[in-house]
Design a protein around this ligand. Sequence first.
Ligand code: MN
Length: 228
Amino acid sequence: MAYLFAPADATTVPVEGSDDVFPVNRIFCIGKNYADHVREMGSDPASTPPCIFMKPADTLKVGDGDLSYPSATEDLHYEGELVVALAKGGKNLDRASVEEAIFGYACGLDMTRRDVQSGLKERRLPWDMAKSFDDCAAISAIRPKAECGTPADANLKLSVNGDVRQNDTTAKMIWPAIDALVHLSTLIELKAGDLLYTGTPEGVGAVARGDWMDVVIENVGSLSVTLK
Ligand code: MN
């Protein structure tokens, strides 16, 4: 038996301070994980709990450089986020097992066709085409947890063309990363190579072709991309 055509290459992310690369399995994302962002999107955090959605692994843009502006939107938004990278998996994990499964952390961008998302929300339809498209997720090199610890109260800053737009602490997550992964492991079996985008603080907004975005997370790293 032979493959009908060559299978796609694995998406890999560099590991800071190492020649090893992290092979990506799946990309999970938390939506509505910071109360101030829920409010800026017009919802009440008291009645709007966080949610989980996914992006295909092959939509990931790795490292600094260009990010392609997608089709079918006139309102592309940035969302700066802390990303968790798992080197182990499992089902129904407790907090200690999640801690053990976490390999490291990275800076990420969850790019969003906001106009498409608004239309889908109005019609109570899934968000997929608002959140999943080529280059819809960007990620920096992964910093091993052994070096950075758990960034539970780390400053997250996103700038557009040098102007700070998001500036908050990861301590404001409604579902802290570890709790989110405990919960996620009750829904699916987590696997080595899974990434979790942990949601964005307030200050999201539109970007245009030619804009450059910087995401800096205290003690984790930085990511700098330009929209083409
Ligand atoms: Mn997001």
